[in-house]
Design a protein around this ligand. Structure first.
Ligand SMILES: C[S@@+](CC[C@H](N)C(=O)[O-])C[C@H]1O[C@@H](n2cnc3c(N)ncnc32)[C@H](O)[C@@H]1O
Length: 268
């Protein structure tokens, strides 16, 4: 049987690549970057609110709230069984396997709904936004984060160049074009005008190993599946390119622009 190539299901079948990306952003950002704090700030939590985190990943956002003593209900939703299993282990957090566009909750069930770095994966983002608003009570908040369009473009281009000789191309079916330029208008059109906070930054690497790890965590988006027979060769080529870059730029850092917005609508 031919290899179907990377899919969202294969990318999120394990928590590892996502965790590498999150840890890389935490450790190698040019300016301190705490997306959890940015979203908490936008949600304006007092402590007793019921919070839904859609596309919750490994549950670390809700884990942070639970550890901080948040008293309201904390519910993580994801359509990846691996992510739900990981989130379900977090004390004080409920984990639900569901699609962002068909949430198994009644109207107005939550005080706050957040969807962090996931809306660009949903085939019908407008429908997902309406679902977020439906489950959020009037006066509550929906807070969504998405990346700038060209986030980590240099590293993606390096990986893509190494995959091309094997006939592999970046996939288009894993993302939908939802980014910091398109989200504000879509929120305005579907659930109401959003307050936008912009976070511009860059990833900066002073040595090869962490950049190689980060580059590998982008493989799916560049068309390289976990089970691709060429994966090891492409990883070798990526590592060689990165080491050569540092050898030929002594004392320089690899700098890759990135950023995201936090968009918040108060539900009427
Ligand atoms: C880039 S990760 C972000 C995870 C987490 N929100 C964070 O910021 O760390 C995207 C997450 O959205 C989930 N996801 C993608 N499409 C989804 C959908 N249609 N419904 C629910 N979850 C989805 C993925 O399984 C993955 O856990």
């Amino acid at each position: 049987m031919s290899n179907p190539g990377p899919t969202l299901a294969s990318e999120y079948a394990s928590t590892s690549p996502l965790q590498v990306r999150i840890d890389t952003h935490a450790r190698y950002s040019e300016h301190p970057d705490d997306p959890v704090a940015s979203v908490l700030d936008a949600l304006e939590l007092v402590g007793g609110e019921d919070v839904a985190d859609i596309g919750c990943g490994d549950g670390r956002f809700l884990a942070h709230l639970a550890q901080a003593g948040h008293r309201g209900r904390l519910v993580g939703v994801d359509n990846s069984p691996a992510m739900v299993t990981t989130t379900a282990i977090v004390p004080g957090v409920d984990a639900v396997l569901a699609e962002a566009t068909t949430l198994p909750f009644v109207d107005d069930e939550f005080d706050r709904t957040t969807a962090r770095h996931m809306l660009y994966h949903v085939p019908d983002p407008a429908r997902a936004l309406r679902e977020f608003a439906r489950i959020t009570r009037p006066g509550g908040r929906v807070t969504v984060t998405v990346n700038h369009h060209a986030t980590a473009a240099c590293t993606r281009e390096l990986v893509t160049d190494c995959a091309r000789p094997y006939g592999l191309r970046p996939v288009t079916h894993m993302t939908n074009g939802m980014d910091s330029t398109t989200l504000p208008d879509l929120m305005h059109a579907t659930i109401g005008a959003a307050r936008i906070q912009v976070f511009d930054n860059a990833l900066v690497f002073h040595s090869a190993p962490p950049l190689i790890r980060f580059a590998e965590a982008l493989f799916s988006f560049c068309g390289i599946d976990t089970h691709s027979p060429h994966r090891a060769d492409i990883l070798d080529a990526v590592a060689t390119e990165i080491r050569d870059w540092f050898d030929s730029h002594p004392g320089s850092a690899w700098r890759d622009l990135k950023g995201y917005i936090v968009a918040t609508t108060i539900i009427e």
